[in-house]
Design a protein around this ligand. Structure first.
Ligand SMILES: N[C@@H](CCC(=O)N[C@@H](CS)C(=O)NCC(=O)O)C(=O)O
Length: 358
């Protein structure tokens, strides 16, 4: 039995290395830290409570989403999503530690127990869901893949990419989507493969390829920060669905529920106009039973998750609702402006939809 378990674990790790994304594999994640969690059989909630802070795996250099700023602080939409979870679970958004992970390292860091939660532009796919021993939450950001080209290249459509050299990260969903779209349209191309984004970007900007393919949001944020929009542009067509989801280890249903319901809580706050500034007032004056249940004034929804009954109140009051987090990092006020698209409440025509809080 034990040997069987070891075999399963070895298979999972091998599958990760095979299916995960890019990255030179150089570990920047501080694995020698005594806080690293090795006992993956323990319930994650207990581990987090005992440790006193949450460990989240993120990107260190994706502007708008998650990056290390000049003060050495992790900022961005994904970094703040992590803070929201810390507020829901521990009552304090600052009880969090970030682990910078390359694409390639991201899934293995979760499997090994080095992190409690992965929030790192990871697309939810069937293969990742089944082969990696992980679970993916409801998407927190609906993205799609496209191409960046030089404006003076004259490339405007996918068909214009016939014969082009195209930079792509190895092992990412981008690589497989690229191959599928070009094959389905009988287009030839030369993939220029990189394991590391920084090297890829440097090569692309140095003119070593005609195009670069990746998720659209990553392009939009880079075009507003580190890449010159006077010289580069992004094609209009989107070639894939990239539902970005948080990852947790399989087999810990309570933790999976907590993360999913934290996300639903951010969506619910948005849908009901409950914000960090008015949540206190709404908690004391709302006549709506679901809002009262959500904010812990009625029934014991928090306890059912293993959390305090004011978990959602803490999350919204200290970290904001989905819109507040989005606007802070990805809308005009942040200096980066991404349109909401599908990433708005279903009541406004988007895909963010929380099941009932009852
Ligand atoms: N969503 C895709 C692509 C993710 C991706 O490549 N994201 C970029 C940022 S937009 C990235 O992480 N690049 C690698 C890095 O920064 O190390 C996936 O899950 O494979």
């Amino acid at each position: 039995m034990k040997r069987k378990l070891i075999l399963v674990f070895v298979l999972i790790i091998s599958a990760t290395l095979f299916f995960s994304c890019s990255g030179a594999g150089k570990d920047t994640a501080g694995t020698s830290d005594e806080t690293v969690t090795k006992d993956v059989t323990m319930k994650t909630l207990d581990i987090v409570k005992e440790r006193g802070y949450l460990i989240v795996g993120v990107n260190a250099s994706n502007p708008g989403f998650s990056y290390l700023d000049s003060d050495g602080k992790y900022v961005g939409f994904e970094a703040d999503m992590g803070r929201a979870v810390a507020a829901a679970v521990l009552g304090d958004p600052e009880k969090i530690q970030y682990r910078p992970l390359t694409s390639k390292e991201r899934f293995a860091a979760l499997q090994s127990g080095e992190i409690d939660l992965l929030i790192r532009t990871a697309t939810h796919t069937l293969t990742r869901d089944t082969d990696l021993g992980l679970n993916f939450t409801v998407p927190y950001y609906y993205d799609g893949q496209t191409f960046m080209v030089r404006k003076d290249s004259g490339i405007k459509t996918i068909e214009d990419l016939e014969g082009a050299s195209i930079c792509v990260l190895t092992g990412s969903t981008s690589e497989a989507n690229l191959s599928d779209v070009m094959a389905s349209r009988n287009l030839t191309y030369k993939p220029v493969l990189y394991e590391n984004t920084d090297e890829l970007v440097a090569a692309f900007l140095a003119g070593r390829a005609d195009a670069w393919t990746n998720d659209r949001a990553g392009f939009m944020t880079r075009l507003q920060t580190i890449i010159d929009p006077a010289v580069y542009t992004v094609l209009e067509e989107t070639i894939s669905k990239e539902p970005l989801a948080m990852g947790v280890r399989q087999g810990d249903d309570q933790w999976f529920d907590i993360i999913n319901w934290s996300l639903y809580g951010l969506f619910f706050g948005d849908e009901h106009g409950i914000t960090s500034s008015n949540v206190n007032k709404i908690r004391n004056s709302s006549k709506k039973p679901e809002e009262l249940a959500f904010l812990g004034m009625r029934s014991d929804l928090g306890a059912k998750l293993g959390l305090s009954n004011d978990w959602a109140f803490n999350m919204i009051s200290k970290a904001g609702n989905y819109s507040e987090i989005f606007n802070k990092n990805l809308s005009a006020a942040s200096g980066i402006s991404i349109s909401r698209g599908f990433n708005q409440p279903w009541t406004d025509g988007g895909l963010l939809y929380a099941p009932p809080f009852r």
